[in-house]
Design a protein around this ligand. Structure first.
Ligand SMILES: Cc1ncc(COP(=O)(O)O)c(C=O)c1O
Length: 387
């Protein structure tokens, strides 16, 4: 029986051949001009002013959270994280000694529940929120931004699952102070491993460039370099090993960037193909079983289909039937961070009602650009057997 995977050929033979040809020109391999080209093209594609290429979406989250802390933009230690998120949305909050405040999800687009978000903002007065867009579904950006403005909360976006999603005609990646993306193998486009941060804020951009590479000034503009060197009395020679902020090394390479540039050329096509698949899934499932209710004013760059069953027993029998039929599936991302071992160990269990539903009854099934209608028919038949 044909295997249906979550992803197929994101980096195909043609991409590998192009990479081999490029390598035959013996280019620079570490971060260099190709990284800048990729960053410029990515920023253009998102519509943002700046983009910073790093080695994973998780590193992008790490830098964004640390950048806020380092820049003194957090009014206190409290940091809001949706309980339905990825482990590395929560992890940096803990790693940098901030206090996580979990927010429940909604059961329409799986992003934050707005009522719960407002309650948490009112009661806890957190400094920041990292908003996660789940599986390409857009959150209600106007409502989230209104709440962030009302309660003076800095907004970050995690779009690692939502590259290409737009809200009222504007791509995600332009709403928060900074936004993360992942170019891991299974995501919208791939550099094997990789991540990107977009921002429209030049101070954040300059800080991210330094934090990405040891804290030095090498990636800054010549003008910014001379300002810093003058301020600290550093010669051009000493500047090679001078460090201005406590940095990391989460760079990627020009080799990854070369793959990324090629991927950007075909990403619109693959997003469109996945959208057509999404609509076909919707036609087959909507009204018969829970299906996302995406916002009218959004475009969904979906990369996997969330499925929520009526109870846990039905979920497990669906998982079993999919496995028997050689079809890949996964839990619906973390389900609920408040019930994950590393959270529980520190703070005890935090069960939130909608996340409980997702955690106990949710999975996701494949939606990749090479999926055929007959594959979707096969998957939907199995899903509907378990309603
Ligand atoms: C919402 C979200 N954020 C962050 C990440 C981390 O991305 P990466 O795997 O590139 O570290 C993922 C990974 O799947 C994710 O789903």
């Amino acid at each position: 029986m044909k295997r249906i995977d979550l992803i197929q050929d994101t980096i195909n033979n043609n991409d590998v051949d192009q990479l081999v040809n490029w390598l035959k020109g013996y280019p620079r391999l570490t971060k260099g001009p190709m990284t800048l080209e990729f960053e410029n093209k990515f920023a253009n594609w998102i519509g943002s002013e700046y983009a910073v290429f790093v080695n994973s979406g998780s590193s992008a989250n790490l830098l964004m959270v640390y950048a806020l802390k380092h820049a003194g933009l957090l009014k206190n230690n409290k940091f809001c994280v949706p309980s339905l998120c990825w482990a590395t949305d929560l992890a940096p909050v803990l790693q940098f000694d901030l206090e996580p405040v979990l927010v429940d999800c909604n059961l329409e687009n799986l992003s934050v529940d707005l009522e719960h978000l407002e309650k948490v903002f009112k009661e806890e007065s957190p400094a920041a929120l990292i908003l996660v867009s789940v599986l390409g579904l857009s959150p209600d950006m106007d409502a989230v931004i209104d709440l962030c403005e009302k309660y003076e909360v800095v907004l970050l976006e995690d779009n690692c699952e939502s590259q290409g999603t737009s809200y009222k005609g504007k791509r995600l990646g332009n709403f928060g102070l900074m936004s993360s993306f992942s170019t891991y193998f299974g995501h919208t486009m791939s550099t094997i491993e990789g991540g990107m941060i977009t921002t429209n804020d030049s101070d954040m951009y300059n800080l991210l460039l330094q934090l990405r590479s040891h804290g030095w000034d090498r990636d800054l503009s010549p003008q910014r370099q001379s300002e810093l060197r003058e301020e600290w009395g550093i010669s051009d020679f000493s500047a090679l090993y001078s460090f201005y902020v406590p940095g990391f090394n989460v760079r990627s390479t020009d080799l990854q960037a070369f793959i990324g540039v090629g991927q950007l050329d075909k990403v619109d096509h693959s997003i469109q193909k996945r959208y057509e698949n999404y609509l076909y899934y919707k036609e087959k499932l909507s009204g018969k079983i829970w299906f996302p209710n995406e916002l009218q004013e959004s475009f969904t760059a979906n990369f996997a289909i969330p499925v929520i069953l009526d109870d846990e027993g039905k979920k497990m029998s669906l998982v079993k039937e999919l496995e028997e039929n050689n079809i890949a599936c996964r839990p619906l991302i973390s389900g609920s961070m408040g019930t994950q071992p590393f959270y529980k160990k520190l703070y005890g269990e935090n069960k939130l009602p909608n996340c409980e539903v997702v955690d106990s009854r949710g999975i996701y099934v494949p939606n990749h650009p090479l999926l055929q209608q007959e594959d979707i028919d096969r998957i939907c038949e199995i899903i509907l057997n378990n309603v």
